[in-house]
Design a binder for this molecule. Structure first.
Ligand code: ZN
Length: 260
C-alpha cells in the first residue's frame, strides 16, 4: 500500500505530476454523473463511487487520477429533479481531449473507470473513433473501459435479489454510505414491503431502446436501499479495489505493439 498523499491530478503540483508520469503510464478517469438517485442519495452518487474507487485502486497500484467526470449523458433521467444531461457528442469530445491531455503529460494508458450506466455508449464510441482515425497508434496511447461493480463479489455481501440491485438500490446506497456517509439519509425513503421495489420493466423484449426512466422507475431508485449499510459498502469497495488493482497490473504489462 502506497503512502503517497494523493493520486488526484488536480491535487498535485506540476512537478509531482511529471514525477508520477515517470513511475507509471496509467491514468484513471473516474466517470460518474449528476442525476436523481431517489430521495435518500446525492445526485452525484455515481461520481462519488467512481472517485472513491479510483483512490482505493491507485493506493494499491499507483496511477494518476484525472479530474472526475461529474458530467455525463443523462437524457433518460431529465424528468427527475436534480439531473444534469449533457449531449453524447460533447461527452465524447471531452473524453477524447482528456485522453490527449493525459498522453501529452506522459500517461499513455488511460482507464475509463465507469460508474454511470450508459457511459459505455459514449466511451465505446471514443474507442472506435480513435481506432478509425489511428490516433492511439500515432500518439502511442491505449484506452480501456473498466467497470468495478461486477468485481465486488457483492452477492456475498448484499441481501437484495439481483434484479433489485440497480439504480439507487442497496449496492449504490451502501457504497455511498461508505465513501460519504454524511450525504445519505435513508429516512427519506418511503417504507416498502420487503423484497419488492418500485421497478417496472420495459415491455419490449429482446431489443435495446431508450425510455424516459420516470415511467420505468417512478421513485428514482430500484430495490430496497432501506437495508443499506456503510459496512456492506466498505466490504464491496475493498474487494472491488483489489480486483481492479489486478486489472491495472495487467494494463501496466500490456504491450500495444504486440497486441495490435
Ligand atoms: Zn448510480
Amino acid at each position: 500500500m502506497s503512502t503517497r498523499r494523493t493520486y488526484k491530478w488536480h491535487e498535485m503540483s506540476g512537478p509531482e505530476v511529471a514525477a508520477l508520469a515517470k513511475e507509471t503510464e496509467v491514468a484513471i478517469l473516474p466517470i460518474g454523473g449528476v442525476e436523481m438517485h431517489g430521495p435518500h442519495l446525492p445526485t452525484g452518487t455515481d461520481s462519488i463511487q467512481a472517485e472513491g474507487m479510483a483512490e482505493l485502486i491507485a493506493e494499491r497500484e499507483p496511477a494518476i487520477i484525472l479530474p472526475t467526470s461529474y458530467l455525463n449523458i443523462n437524457d433518460e433521467m431529465v424528468r427527475y429533479p436534480g439531473t444534469i444531461a449533457i449531449s453524447p457528442e460533447l461527452m465524447a469530445q471531452l473524453y477524447e481531449e482528456l485522453c490527449l491531455e493525459a498522453a501529452r503529460n506522459g500517461f499513455t494508458k488511460i482507464i475509463f473507470l465507469i460508474a454511470h450506466g450508459g457511459s459505455e455508449d459514449v466511451t465505446r464510441f471514443v474507442h472506435h473513433s480513435f481506432l478509425h482515425r489511428r490516433i492511439g497508434d500515432q500518439l502511442g496511447f491505449s484506452v480501456f473501459d473498466l467497470w468495478f461493480y461486477s468485481l465486488m463479489q457483492s452477492d456475498e455481501v448484499l441481501e437484495s435479489l439481483p434484479e433489485q440491485l440497480g439504480h439507487g438500490g442497496e449496492k449504490e446506497a451502501s457504497l455511498v454510505m461508505h465513501f460519504r456517509p454524511e450525504l445519505v439519509d435513508l429516512d427519506q425513503l418511503e417504507p416498502l414491503p420487503e423484497g419488492e421495489g418500485p421497478y417496472y420493466p420495459k415491455t419490449v423484449e429482446h431489443t435495446w431502446y431508450t425510455i424516459d426512466w420516470i415511467r420505468q422507475v417512478p421513485m428514482g431508485y430500484v430495490g430496497i436501499p432501506h437495508i443499506s449499510t456503510a459496512e456492506k459498502g466498505a466490504r464491496m469497495a475493498e474487494v472491488g479495489a483489489d480486483a481492479c488493482a489486478e486489472v491495472v497490473r495487467q494494463i501496466k504489462q500490456y504491450d500495444p505493439d504486440r497486441d495490435r
